[in-house]
Design a binder for this molecule. Structure first.
Ligand code: 5GP
Length: 115
């Protein structure tokens, strides 16, 4: 767990609708969506940034990718979605509890990943 907004959501201190939950992660709608589908996949273990993950987190990181795929299927966007991890404030990370953004429901141009 972490002392961030996501830690409080996972612990239930801040009520939130979970679109998906298993032993290791949850998925919730982003409060400020950047696309018609904007979902956050959040590990229950509070790793601040991707670079803070260690070898002990290897299985968890793989699990998050698989969970993101399952959530995309559940949301009906399995054929077209983007997965984003912001690492560090300079990259736009604002909540220092690792999370994956699933972005879908809009057009993605080839060769234009940033933005
Ligand atoms: P970051 O910028 O750290 O990669 O992403 C943090 C995301 O968390 C942002 O897209 C922001 O809109 C979202 N967010 C911040 N606070 C809350 C909250 O209380 N609930 C939900 N569902 N999303 C939040």
């Amino acid at each position: 767990m972490s002392d961030t907004i996501f830690g409080k959501i996972i612990s239930g201190e801040i009520p939130s609708e979970f679109l998906y939950e298993d032993d290791h992660c949850i998925a919730i709608n982003d409060i400020s969506p950047q696309a018609p589908v904007h979902v956050l996949v959040i590990p229950k273990r509070g790793i601040p940034r991707l670079v803070d993950a260690t070898d002990d987190d290897q299985a968890l990181l793989g699990h998050l990718m698989l969970a993101a795929g399952r959530v995309a299927e559940q949301l009906g966007v399995a054929d077209s979605f983007r997965l984003i991890v912001n690492n560090g404030a300079g990259a736009g990370q604002t909540v220092f509890h690792l999370h994956l953004h699933i972005i879908a429901g809009r057009t993605f141009a080839e060769g234009h990943m940033a933005g």
